[in-house]
Write a protein that binds this ligand. Structure first.
Ligand code: URA
Length: 211
């Protein structure tokens, strides 16, 4: 194991007992994140849904399948990247007939999880490029008030990586139909491809150190 892999595994172990926000009371599993901790590209989603909560793995439901397909179109597998989320536990709200629904994390939940886990994960992996999946992720990783429709597909400097770019969230794409679906899916592929190319460019740049 590399030192980075060890640090990530230690953090994963510690996160299993996290009680920093109320989501610990309703979660089945902590969804820490997975993939290659030595990867130059990290993907950040919003938070676990039902399938992720059940399995403890990020992006394993329908949105995850679409993400896998789009990554593969760019020659990328889940082993090439690290995938995590703004929050590590599934936010739920009561729905009809006792079924739990997904909801967005509150600002307090997101803030707690970003400070305790997302920031340390990103600073340990130290990726060249971060690909934010959806506006909420870009809001935490790139800048507050990020406008996903106007600003997706563009590179920004982030506190966590020299380059960060946002793409439409695969769950949003799944809610589109017909031509709108095809167009949205094509933008996700284009944004993944832009991130992939940026990794190659960034690897040629001298390392950004203080001295
Ligand atoms: N949506 C997300 O944002 N993250 C996941 O892990 C799954 C679905």
């Amino acid at each position: 194991m590399t030192e980075v892999e060890e640090r990530i595994e230690d953090m994963r172990y510690e996160a299993q007992d996290c009680q920093l926000c109320g989501l610990c009371e309703t979660r089945t599993n902590v969804v820490f994140g997975e993939g290659n901790p030595n990867a130059p590209l990290v993907l950040v989603g919003e938070g676990p849904g039902e399938n992720e909560d059940r399995t403890g793995r990020p992006f394993v439901g329908r949105a995850g399948e679409l993400l896998n397909e789009c990554l593969l179109e760019c020659g990328i597998t889940r082993k090439h990247v690290f995938i995590t989320n703004v929050v590590r536990c599934r936010p739920t709200a009561p729905g009809d007939n006792g079924k739990l629904l997904n909801r967005p994390p509150t600002t307090d939940e997101a803030e707690a999880c970003v400070r305790a886990w997302l920031e340390p994960i990103l600073s340990t992996i130290d990726p060249k490029v971060i690909l934010c999946l959806g506006g909420p992720s870009a809001n935490w990783v790139i800048k507050k008030g990020f406008k996903i429709m106007a600003e997706r597909g563009k590179f920004f400097e982030s506190r966590y990586a020299p380059y960060a770019i946002a793409a439409l969230h695969p769950a949003y794409i799944l809610r589109q139909q017909g031509e709108a679906y095809d167009q949205a899916r094509a933008t996700l592929i284009a944004d993944i491809e832009a991130a992939r190319k940026k990794v190659i460019e960034a690897r040629k740049e001298p390392p950004r150190t203080l001295f």
